[in-house]
Design a protein around this ligand. Sequence first.
Ligand code: SF4
Length: 351
Amino acid sequence: MSDPLLAVTNLETHFPLRRGILRRTVGQVRAVDGVSFSIDRQKTLGLVGESGCGKTTVGRSILRLVEPTGGSIRFDGHDVRETSGAALRALRRRMQIVFQDPYGSLNPRMTVRAILEEGLVIHQMGEAADRLERMRRALEQTGMPATTLARYPHEFSGGQRQRIAIARALVLEPEFLVLDEPISALDVSIQAQVVNLLVELREKLGLTYLFISHDLSVVEHVSDEVAVMYLGRIVERAAAAEIARAALHPYTLALFSAVPNVDPARRRRRIVLGGDVPSPSRPPAGCRFNPRCPLAETVCREIDPPAVVVDGHHVHCHLAAREIERADGNATVAAGRIAAAMQAATTVNSG
Ligand code: SF4
């Protein structure tokens, strides 16, 4: 088996919390606080969680658009955090990002041609005629006509702008894309088109994705593996089909219960979580989810749950660890028991 294209180990991105006239550092916002995962070539890892959980910071830290404060990031064998200058520029060409907002991410004063050509010039890719050919090809791959080049972003709809943003990434012939909530700013009617385009491009161009979203149903649909993030940490990670079938973490169960499902066999009663997400500058002791977890016990308030791994299914939860042991390592049986306990312990709304 070949090495993963991307391997992230114990990634930390903390931001100083400053106060007062002198802007003294009074604490740290632990936006990302010990995140590990890997992505094999031509696969998609979906990273899901509520807003503010740190998922966007993970994506930006990998590309060093924000500087990580700890851990390691290896891309195709290169240590991204130890790379600088021309070598970092070369790596960045291979790792591109598509942002959430196609209105804010395209400069309204630049033509589409100038927007697409900027990266080619920075990375010294091709002569003028060759660059034009590359830009036409990238637009064609995203379903936009070559005439798009002479026009400005405001002349296009949200969905078309997102296609242009994807073309801007593709023109540099990357191997890896961070897709940061790529459809959440779009009309519901065109979200599916853009998702299908991304899936098609991954197959056709052999791309590898980190797909970041708050929408578990979309993530489950496009991903090979899903990681669930809460307050700067990944709390559960498994193959997409496995996590949908046998979620072990109470937070994942709550997220899944909010996904509308047309299949009656998979429809679940809504689990309503109490309280707000705590501040990442003052994460709770023990399990970070304990103030909102309906199944929290004394140990949850005192000890940070370590990872338990069963057949590639990772979970950080004391209860899940105990239920897995009680079920002799059968994650499906353990997941059924935890789901039943969650249903019994929470406020239940029909739906
Ligand atoms: Fe809930 Fe405890 Fe599991 Fe945390 S460790 S998710 S508080 S049961």
